[in-house]
Design a protein around this ligand. Structure first.
Ligand SMILES: C[S@@+](CC[C@H](N)C(=O)[O-])C[C@H]1O[C@@H](n2cnc3c(N)ncnc32)[C@H](O)[C@@H]1O
Length: 280
């Protein structure tokens, strides 16, 4: 659902793939990975197997897909989801920074929305290069979560967006989160450092427009997300900021109601797909 990119409830696109993973994206993925019969393709941070299921629907035959993820629960769901498809897939748990594979064993390696979760992105990209064969493709699709466009017809809407950014940044800092939410555009440089020649960068915009007063469920979802985040906050300073933000959200809902059919809210953010080729 497009609502999943809501900047008022999350500072990142983490786990929000439903908003942008459409057929065009799957086609881009398969064209970029160039699967040939007999190829072995590695999906790092495969999650619940979205890529494997979507690629299976394209009936690309005789490839071997291997998905790895840090979380055993996701690996188990991925196994279950792909069981119905007549496809050669395998899943295992592994850390992107320490892949349990020999050098040069994959024809292509890719990740989608994974490096934004990882502290040591350099180590992960180094592993992608190590396990990919010379001439093989490496693809990383990651957002720049800080490059968010926001328009709201009301003053409280503008303030709510600012407060959301402040609150979620303070929450991440208080938790000691060292991940880079804006990793997308840095990938060509990271690729080059590890012997992966950058070939292309493709942008996938992710947008959402609301015209007319949003229904009550939207405001309830926004409040619930922020309240949940406040509960998780480790310091009173961050919790206080969260409560201040909730007050602004209340004002925003009231202004949106008053604006009625003239209300408009626009959000946009960007995914960067960086395509590279392992030099040999
Ligand atoms: C946003 S989800 C994306 C899942 C999948 N690539 C997709 O697009 O549907 C990010 C995934 O990365 C995994 N992950 C995070 N850190 C990881 C690491 N160090 N090594 C392997 N997987 C990791 C998470 O467990 C999660 O399943």
């Amino acid at each position: 659902m497009a609502a999943s990119i809501d900047a008022l409830t999350s500072s990142t696109l983490k786990c929000l793939r439903e908003g942008w993973w459409n057929d065009d994206f799957t086609e881009f993925l398969t064209e970029t990975l160039r699967p040939r019969p007999g190829n072995r393709i590695l999906d790092v941070g495969c999650g619940e197997g979205t890529a494997e299921v979507r690629i299976a629907r394209l009936h690309v035959s005789q490839i071997r897909l291997i998905g790895v993820d840090l979380m055993i629960e996701r690996v188990m769901v991925a196994r279950h989801q792909t069981a119905a498809h007549n496809q050669r897939v395998g899943f295992t748990t592994a850390d992107a920074c320490h892949l349990p594979f020999r050098d040069d064993v994959f024809d292509s390696t890719f990740c989608v929305a994974v490096l934004q979760h990882i502290g040591d992105v350099d180590a992960a990209v180094g592993e992608f290069a190590r396990v990919t064969t010379a001439g093989g493709r490496v693809l990383a699709v990651e957002p720049d979560n800080r490059a968010r466009y926001w328009y709201s017809a009301t003053a409280a809407g503008v303030k709510a967006f600012e407060m959301s950014a402040r609150f979620f940044a303070a929450l991440a800092a208080a938790r000691g989160d060292v991940t880079d939410a804006a990793v997308g555009p840095r990938l060509p440089a990271l690729f080059a450092r590890h012997g992966i020649e950058p070939l292309d960068v493709r942008l996938f915009p992710v947008s959402q427009t609301r015209l007319g007063m949003p229904p009550g469920a939207v405001w309830a979802r926004r409040r619930a997300s922020v309240e949940h985040a406040i509960e998780q906050a480790p310091t009173e300073a961050v919790r206080a900021l969260g409560r201040e933000y909730l007050g602004v959200l209340t004002a925003y809902a009231a202004e949106a109601t008053n604006a009625g059919s003239a209300f408009v809210e626009i959000q946009n953010t960007m995914l960067f797909a960086t395509v590279g080729q392992k030099t040999g």
